[in-house]
Ligand binder design. Structure first.
Ligand SMILES: Cc1cc2nc3c(=O)[nH]c(=O)nc-3n(C[C@H](O)[C@H](O)[C@H](O)COP(=O)(O)O)c2cc1C
Length: 327
């Protein structure tokens, strides 16, 4: 590992890595930079491909646009991207897909990439690592990512998850405030929105471990490359809420699209109804379901433990390798 003073690997073990990125505030770009810094320092070639939607998405989001994008996110109906900077037939040893979650689904630029012939070509038969940064509900989106990657012929090796620093209930206020106003600071005594700065800096451990794994050709095996580094930690109680939420989202998104396309005024009244429903869910059903799960947690524990272990695959939440790669 170069950073610890060890000499760089011989030229023929240096690898080509494609990193696909899109970030509105730069948060995901910052995490990605922590990951790729050690790869470049170790001499590996990293191509950073930043996705550019043909029509940019707004930041902060006007409330109407924020609600209007919901059906297309859930139905994976992504508007096109500008052509990629990388040739579709370029060869890479590893592909890293970094994305955020929009309405329990991958953000539309990543969906567009994974559904495009160029994107599918780039990940066919390649080992793939996914990295998500979002409020805290990424399980359904990751399931969709797994499907899209498998459909394109890629092989998922690792998954890294970064979530907002506040408690789940606090982020129901701080994340929408951030997305709708651009304000990220502490509010009503709640922690600032977004991933904690120390978590972002600590993402470097994954870059260091990955540089070592690539030096050892570990990407050619079927095993995860980043276990033992607390890659993703799942709260199985949120998984149950997400399952219920996604079922409702699938119904609403199809229903709203019966009234018109994105941007058409005909679907505004039904969007308003959906917004009221969403708010009511967040204020009533979500806290109630968390309370019920907490009350029944001794009974549910074995089931929740099984669910947690399954959902944390492939990289897991164990920490046995942390001391080798932490700063
Ligand atoms: C339209 C939209 C919908 C979102 N939906 C979710 C969601 O369902 N779950 C979640 O955890 N975060 C959600 N977020 C938060 C994002 O995942 C992300 O944390 C935030 O947009 C900042 O990402 P960026 O600056 O890297 O683009 C949503 C954000 C937007 C703009």
């Amino acid at each position: 590992m170069l950073e610890s003073g060890v000499s760089p690997p011989p030229e023929n073990t240096l690898k080509n890595v494609l990193v696909v990125n899109y970030s509105q505030t730069g948060q995901l770009a910052d995490i990605t930079a922590q990951l790729i810094g050690p790869l470049r320092a170790a001499g590996h070639q990293v191509h950073l491909e930043t996705l550019v939607p043909a029509t940019p998405f707004p930041w902060p989001w006007p409330i109407v646009d924020f609600v209007d994008i919901f059906p297309e996110c859930v139905q994976l109906d992504a508007p096109p991207l500008k052509p990629l900077g990388v040739a579709p037939n370029a060869q890479f040893d590893l592909v890293i897909l970094t994305y955020q979650v929009w309405y329990l689904s991958p953000a539309l630029p990543m969906t567009a990439f994974l559904k495009s012939p160029a994107g599918q070509h780039l990940i066919r038969n390649k080992p793939v690592i996914t990295l998500v940064a979002c409020r805290n509900m990424w399980l359904s989106a990751q399931r969709t990512m797994q499907q899209l990657i498998a459909e394109a012929g890629g092989q998922l090796r690792d998954h890294l998850a970064f979530t907002d620093q506040g408690h789940a209930l606090a982020t129901f206020i701080t994340t929408p405030r951030w997305v709708l106003t651009g304000k990220r600071d502490s509010f009503l005594g709640l922690p600032p929105a977004g991933v904690a700065p120390q978590e972002i800096r600590a993402a470097k451990r994954f870059g260091r471990a990955l540089a070592d794994a690539l030096d050892n050709d570990a990407e050619r095996t079927a095993a995860p490359l980043l276990s033992g580094l607390r890659a993703c930690t799942v709260d199985p109680r949120l998984a149950i809420s997400e399952q219920a939420g996604l079922r409702a989202f699938r119904f609403w998104s199809k229903f709203i699209r019966c009234f018109g396309k994105r941007g058409q005024w005909q679907r505004r009244p039904i969007l308003l109804l959906f917004a009221v429903y969403l708010l009511a869910m967040v204020l009533t059903i979500v806290p109630l379901s968390l309370l019920l799960q907490w009350l029944f947690s001794p009974l549910l524990k074995p089931r929740l433990d099984r669910l947690r272990a399954e959902l944390e695959l492939p990289s897991g939440s164990q920490e046995f390798n942390m001391k080798n790669y932490e700063s």
